[in-house]
Design a protein around this ligand. Structure first.
Ligand SMILES: Cc1cc2nc3c(=O)[nH]c(=O)nc-3n(C[C@H](O)[C@H](O)[C@H](O)COP(=O)(O)O)c2cc1C
Length: 406
């Protein structure tokens, strides 16, 4: 792939050299653009030597022979010649400029002229990273479809420990490759995904539901299909389109969801139960609309079927992955649910945090496995969280295949 690497003016700029090497090792063709601040941290010569190409450092390039401004509209040509724009480190300043459409140097201008995939690998001090302005900018960029490779946690150059360290260059390259050359590690698998809320009628016009948007389950279904699986998506009512190459089964109530899941369970090798199924429903739904009166109205609710528990009982040798949306004691609840529901893996997300979880485009989860491992993922786009979950699913599947008698 032709990758345009933008280097921002952060302390991690030196790591961009390692990133360029890692990209080249995977066969990518790299052109480097540096901001003026980046040059304060690392010499363009380093990148020129690595890539064998002149590093672009200015919007107004000069013809060295005549010392006059070049007439070429270089930023448009460069934008058209590349498949991916990868910015690492993406400083707080670059995130702000990209979010607001600034065009005051080569990188920000080529960004506006660029129609391909944009990947941002931010790096900064933890307090800067957590600043609402930075987080707002990230949100804007994520909703535009930009991919954010979240920084790692660890020792930072400023002498503190926390989130903000540029993601490992290998991880950035892996992410870039996974976007364009999806692994087919779920080929041959039949994946059954449930997503969205359920709606439980109170009367012919009203219902009880919850705030699940379906975005996480849809991202998982999409990613599983791209990784080669045959996917059935059983979904409650949501406002998003189904992913391509996925068989959609639309349901409304918990009972309908149970029936649809059990009907398709036979063929499934992997079940990912992400739907936020109502726990209670009205058994005797009146035929007439309830009239408004001045007196208190009580609803008599009965428990809905526990789909995950039933799936656990009927598990056989298929993989069962559950979700736990909790507000407290996240990991304890996840472990408890994994055991009682006989799941192989539990994805736990805390739903009372701003910007992640229900309705949001981003998520932050702990993936708890049966062997006691906890893998933290995010905060990141739900599409990236879906990939991280499926990485664990594919690994589990591999172990199962490896340990099955020949
Ligand atoms: C020593 C030093 C280290 C810095 N490290 C970072 C950093 O890691 N991340 C960041 O967002 N800004 C960092 N900054 C601030 C940026 O350099 C500054 O915001 C600059 O305007 C960014 O320019 P850019 O848009 O070219 O990236 C640092 C500044 C200094 C002086």
């Amino acid at each position: 792939m032709r990758v345009l690497v933008g280097v921002g003016g952060g302390i991690a700029a030196y790591k961009a050299a390692e990133l360029v090497r890692a990209l080249q090792k995977r066969g990518h063709d790299v052109q480097v653009v540096m901001t003026a601040a980046a040059i304060e941290f690392i010499q363009p010569l380093t990148f020129a030597a690595l890539t064998g190409k002149k590093v672009i450092t200015s919007l107004f390039s000069r013809d060295s022979a005549t010392d006059t401004l070049s007439s070429a509209v270089e930023h448009i040509g460069v934008a058209q010649e590349h498949d991916v724009l990868l910015v690492a480190p993406a400083t707080a300043d670059i995130l702000s400029k990209f979010a607001h459409g600034a065009a005051d140097d080569f990188l920000t201008t080529v960004h506006l002229a660029f129609a391909g995939k944009v990947i941002l690998a931010p790096a900064m001090n933890t307090v800067m990273w957590n600043h609402p302005a930075v987080q707002e900018n990230l949100k804007v960029l994520a909703t535009r479809g930009y991919s954010i490779v979240d920084p790692d946690e660890g020792w930072l150059a400023c002498g503190t420990v926390g989130a903000g360290r540029l993601a490992d260059p290998e991880r950035i390259v892996e992410f870039l490759d996974s976007l364009h050359n999806k692994r087919r590690d779920l080929e041959g698998e039949q994946v059954l995904v449930t997503a969205g809320p359920t709606q439980e009628a109170i009367d012919p016009v009203r219902f009880i539901s919850n705030r699940s948007s379906g975005k996480m389950g849809y991202a998982i279904a999409n990613a599983a299909a791209q990784r080669g699986a045959s996917v059935v998506l059983v979904s409650g009512p949501v406002a998003i389109p189904p992913p391509p190459n996925v068989e959609l089964v639309s349901v409304h109530t918990a009972e309908e969801m149970r029936a649809a899941v059990m009907e398709r369970l036979g063929a499934a090798t992997i079940v990912i139960k992400n739907a936020a199924v109502a726990d209670y429903h009205v058994s005797d739904i009146p035929k007439q609309k309830l009239k408004k009166t001045a007196t208190r109205l009580s609803l008599e609710l009965d428990p809905t079927p526990d789909i995950l528990a039933e799936l656990g009982q009927k598990k056989g040798d298929r993989l069962l992955i559950g979700f736990a949306a909790e507000t407290d004691n996240l990991l304890d609840e996840a472990r408890r649910k994994m055991t009682t529901k006989n799941c192989d893996m539990l994805v736990a997300n805390q739903v009372n945090r701003e910007g992640v979880g229900f309705e949001a485009d981003r998520n932050e989860v702990d993936i708890v496995t049966r062997d006691g491992r906890v893998i933290h993922a995010g905060p990141a786009d739900k599409s990236e969280i879906a990939e991280r979950i499926l990485d664990q699913v594919a690994t589990l599947r591999l172990h199962l295949h490896a340990s099955a008698p020949a």
